[in-house]
Design a protein around this ligand. Structure first.
Ligand SMILES: NC(=O)c1ccc[n+]([C@@H]2O[C@H](COP(=O)([O-])OP(=O)(O)OC[C@H]3O[C@@H](n4cnc5c(N)ncnc54)[C@H](OP(=O)(O)O)[C@@H]3O)[C@@H](O)[C@H]2O)c1
Length: 249
């Protein structure tokens, strides 16, 4: 079991990132938290400080490669990072708007894919030099299968899932762990007002507990909950026509 003491969480101003920040916050823990909404981010930072953590919180956009890189390396110099949680993400094509306006698909990839690269890149050589650390890439169970909605979102999550799985094998030689996190539906701003059914929804606090336990064990995949995971697995192995029926597509 690993204990982390210097943790970066992108997208910590809300939902799963907020729950993770509060979960990890404790005396002796340094947290670097980003988001875009200054008021919500500061409220999370204040709650984490109340729990005894040292907190660096700034509204850095994960698509701003230079700003994020500078911010991360500054934090790493003061608190050598042993856990990166690349969590910030958006889901803006639930209504399939990315087919009418491809800028929606590009924006989705900017945040959900480039944003993950921008988070990991500045710290990876530092972690390799230290021969320790854990990288968590937040994907989704939606990244396993094409759904009749959210095409760009699912594709972006598939991209980071496969990337994370692959770099795990490579970075293991350098003493670095990589976990791919694939939640089902979790209560958060992303799932608020979704135009489709969201079975087996869980709280962000419960999701955080599952993620934290999996990261401490350097699990390759942290995918949950089991019924959604099983449904997705069936969808990937069944003939296409059966999968369409399963999805009601
Ligand atoms: N909720 C689910 O059912 C579910 C399922 C599978 C995977 N996920 C993934 O879990 C992650 C967290 O999502 P969530 O459910 O907690 O949703 P959320 O409540 O909307 O949180 C998303 C977080 O990402 C931040 N963010 C978005 N764009 C950003 C940008 N360009 N730069 C910096 N921060 C940015 C948001 O900041 P602001 O709010 O300050 O803008 C917020 O803190 C996402 O990657 C999501 O795809 C969620």
């Amino acid at each position: 079991m690993q204990n982390f003491t210097s943790i970066v969480i992108t997208g910590a101003s809300s939902g799963i990132g907020e729950a993770l920040a509060l979960d990890y916050a404790a005396p002796g823990i340094a947290l670097a938290l980003t988001g875009r909404d200054a008021a919500r981010l500061e409220a999370v930072a204040a709650a984490c400080r109340t729990k005894g953590a040292t907190v660096h919180a700034d509204t850095v956009d994960v698509t701003d490669r230079t700003a994020l890189g500078d911010w991360l390396t500054k934090f790493d110099a003061a608190h050598p990072v042993d856990l990166i949680i690349a969590n910030a993400g958006i889901s803006i094509d639930k209504d399939n708007s990315s087919l009418n306006d491809f800028s929606v698909a590009r924006k989705t990839f900017d945040v959900n894919v480039d944003g993950v690269f921008n988070t990991v890149e500045p710290l990876i050589s530092r972690m390799i030099a230290r021969k320790r650390g854990q990288i968590a890439v937040v994907s989704s169970l939606a990244g396993y299968i094409g759904l009749p909605y959210s095409a760009a979102y699912s594709a972006s999550k598939a991209a980071v899932r496969v990337w994370g799985e692959s770099i795990r094998y490579v970075l293991r030689r350098n003493g670095i762990g990589v976990s791919v996190i694939c939640p089902g539906f979790v209560t958060s701003r992303i799932t608020a007002n979704s135009p489709f059914k969201m079975p087996f929804m869980m709280t962000a606090e419960r999701a955080s507990h599952i993620i934290r336990t999996g990261l401490a064990r350097n699990k390759a995949r942290i995918a949950f909950p089991l019924p959604t995971k099983a449904a997705v697995w069936f969808g990937t192995v069944l003939p296409g026509g059966w999968t369409a029926k399963l999805l009601g597509a």
